[in-house]
Ligand binder design. Structure first.
Ligand code: S3P
Length: 450
């Protein structure tokens, strides 16, 4: 079992880019595989989650070739051969690993096929709620059995079905649910509409547009007509702002630091983390340098003495994945930080309210736990502790950042899970830990394939 050992740093000056965006990599694999030709995808995230989705599409007929790979992980540049919306039955059950996004999007994709498919995942994924996708897909005519030990959980047995279009009002603000229904809608007759209670990340809609599949947007309602064939295109995945968030917090909380994160996704449905860190006192600028489909740019941040803040209700879906590391920033800030209306955290890879609260308390922070969030009284000095990630990648990485500010050594146990979203995290952590600043120290090695 691997672990991180982290001690306090006194200096952070660095410029680097983080691996590709996880949400977009899942979607690029799926839409590339549905398209009517060959698509070159660059800067794909070679994480276990996204490779599982890529291999799921291969099992359904959309093969791919690797052009370049990140050493020790997998493809970063690849060519995928789309099947013009005609997938074929997988020879075996499909493994989604740890990925809620992979399983829920694939469930939408597979609900309206002429063949049956079984989707399964690891222990964490097998305990996460799937009713949020099987209910709307069932209303469209899908037959999906949840055969997990826990009711409503994976494995999913998705039977062949003919779908009809529906209008579905989502009970929770979830981009995964929205995307599952839109993907199913591509195989249904007529107009499928999803209404979201609050804005969620819009990568599916943007990527559909890149593949010339039209969607219609009226307020928080998104509609799609079935029968459209995605037109093959090439797609470059920007860096993942959710991965950048760990270093942004480290730099924000260290007065005198300077960090430049390059070529990162700046989609406004994902950038609330920047607003929150600015409110807490960090000095920040973002420069968009490319904006076809998805805005890409650089973020420069200078550290400061941080102060507490209140996360606004409408910000929660935008920064849901960043909350563990925002909680770390809050512990390092003076004053109170309030994170409420975030009950969704309890159904992530772990119950992230409990894992964050317990981890911060173990390091000396003052935290109150609520059913829907937490309140942190910042400014207590943190001390090293042993923290179990419980197999949750964002918990492992958030507490590695906390360790950079704690007295003594912090040991994070069970850190293999970071490979589900951030291959190369430990390489970047080592460079930061040893207070290195040359861009070469952050470069992740890639290999070209013939
Ligand atoms: C994601 C949506 C979010 C997020 C997850 C990725 C996506 O989940 O937490 O990491 O790619 O659609 P929910 O849809 O459950 O909010």
């Amino acid at each position: 079992m691997s672990e991180f050992r982290v001690k306090a740093i006194s200096n952070l000056h660095a410029e680097f880019s983080v691996p590709g965006d996880k949400s977009m990599s899942h979607r690029a694999a799926i839409l590339g595989g549905l398209s009517n030709g060959t698509c070159t995808i660059r800067n794909f995230l070679p994480s276990e989650d996204c490779i599982n989705t890529l291999n799921a599409m291969r099992a359904l007929g959309a093969t791919y070739e690797i052009l370049d790979s990140l050493e020790g992980y997998g493809p970063v540049n690849l060519r995928i051969h789309g099947q013009s919306m005609r997938l074929s039955q997988a020879a075996a059950p499909i493994d989604c690993g740890n990925a809620g996004t992979g399983m829920r999007l694939l469930a939408g994709l597979l609900a309206g096929q002429t063949f049956s498919t079984e989707l399964f995942g690891d222990a964490s994924l097998s305990s996460r709620p799937m009713g949020r996708v099987t209910i709307p897909l069932g209303q469209m005519g899908a037959t999906i059995e949840t055969r997990g030990e826990k009711p409503g959980c994976a494995p999913l047995f998705i039977h062949a079905a003919k779908l009809q279009a529906i209008t579905y009002e989502m009970p929770m603000a979830s981009a995964q649910v929205k995307s599952a229904v839109l993907l199913a809608g591509m195989f249904a007759e007529g107009k499928t509409t999803v209404i979201q209670p609050a804005e969620t990340r819009d990568h599916t809609e943007r990527m559909l547009a890149s593949f010339h599949v039209s969607t219609r947007h009226e307020g928080n309602a998104i509609s799609i007509y079935g029968g459209q064939i995605p037109q093959s295109c090439d797609f470059t995945v920007p860096g993942d702002i959710s991965s950048a968030a760990f270093w942004l917090v480290a730099a924000a909380a260290l007065p005198g630091s300077r960090l430049l994160i390059k070529d990162v996704g700046l989609n406004p449905t994902r950038t609330a983390i920047l607003k929150v860190l600015s409110r807490m006192g960090a000095h920040m600028s973002e420069i968009v340098h490319h904006s076809a489909g998805e805005p890409i740019g650089n973020i420069e941040i200078h550290g400061a003495a941080l102060k507490g803040t209140t996360i606004l209700i409408e910000e929660v879906p935008n920064l849901i994945d960043e909350i563990p590391v925002i909680a770390v920033a809050a512990a390092l800030a003076q004053g109170r930080t309030i994170i409420r209306n975030a009950k969704e955290l309890r159904v992530k890879e772990t119950d992230r309210i409990t894992t964050v609260v317990e981890g911060l308390r173990a390091m000396g922070a003052h935290v109150d736990e609520f059913e829907d969030g937490m309140e942190i009284e910042g400014g207590q000095p943190l001390h090293g502790a042993t923290i179990d990630s419980c197999g949750d990648h964002r918990i492992a990485m958030a507490f590695a950042i906390a360790g950079l500010f704690a007295k003594g050594e912090t040991v994070i146990k069970n850190t293999e899970c970071v490979n589900t979203s951030y291959p190369g995290f430990s390489h970047h952590l080592n460079a930061i830990r040893h207070e290195r600043s040359s861009p070469a120290d952050f470069t992740l090695p890639t290999t070209a394939h013939a």
